[in-house]
Design a binder for this molecule. Structure first.
Ligand SMILES: [Zn+2]
Length: 196
């Protein structure tokens, strides 16, 4: 009457499939056999919701395509992705959003990288998800506008809020414990302040 572990294996495989983090692994071993060899790779990935200041990605997939090409000491990845975003208009405070297309242009290099912008190439596979996520995050609008000539808040709905109030509000509604910030945002914040 003893039942072995035979049916445990199947359910375990299903469980890991559904809980798997997003990855877009591309095998580059064949490309790297000859310099200049290239291949187009489709991209379709659902990322966790990414939020920067006043805008976020929507729940839909990030889609696009990249060309992976064999170069000296590694591979280059060049292409574009599209994704949906939404956020609060900085003037009227209504929800706005749309679709953005962003370019991807990265180099994976074997060994000690020539500079810090290059990504390490270890083994035969590259994961495109981190660079897709970075491209998406860096292109999210920091101060969205629903339209260029947005007249500003409806005074009946937002009587007490002014531009100064909004500027002093923390970016997240979460309260005291804000997550640690990527230092790269400091440069973007300066651009945002200069825009006002
Ligand atoms: Zn607006």
């Amino acid at each position: 009457m003893t039942v072995g572990g035979t049916d445990g294996a199947g359910s375990g495989a299903e469980r890991t499939a559904s809980a798997r983090p997003a990855r877009l692994l591309v095998n580059v071993a064949d490309l790297r056999r000859r310099l200049g060899q290239r291949r187009v790779e489709p991209i379709e990935v659902v990322l966790p919701r990414q939020t920067v200041v006043a805008s976020s990605t929507t729940d839909g997939p990030v889609v696009g395509e990249v060309t992976v090409e064999s170069i000296e000491r590694g591979v280059s990845v060049h292409g574009h992705v599209r994704f949906g975003w939404e956020g609060e208009c900085r003037r009227c405070l209504e929800l706005t959003g749309g679709e953005l297309e962003v370019e991807i242009d990265e180099i994976f290099q074997v060994g000690a990288p020539d500079d810090s912008d290059l990504l390490p190439l270890d083994g035969d596979q590259i994961d495109l998800v981190p660079l897709v996520r970075e491209a998406v995050v860096l292109s999210l609008p920091l101060a969205p506008l629903c339209r260029q000539d947005c007249p500003g808040p409806d005074p009946d709905r937002y009587p007490a809020r002014t531009e100064i109030d909004l500027a002093e509000e923390p970016a997240s509604a979460g309260g005291d414990d804000e997550p640690p910030r990527d230092p790269r945002w400091a440069a973007l914040d300066e651009l945002r302040l200069g825009d006002n």
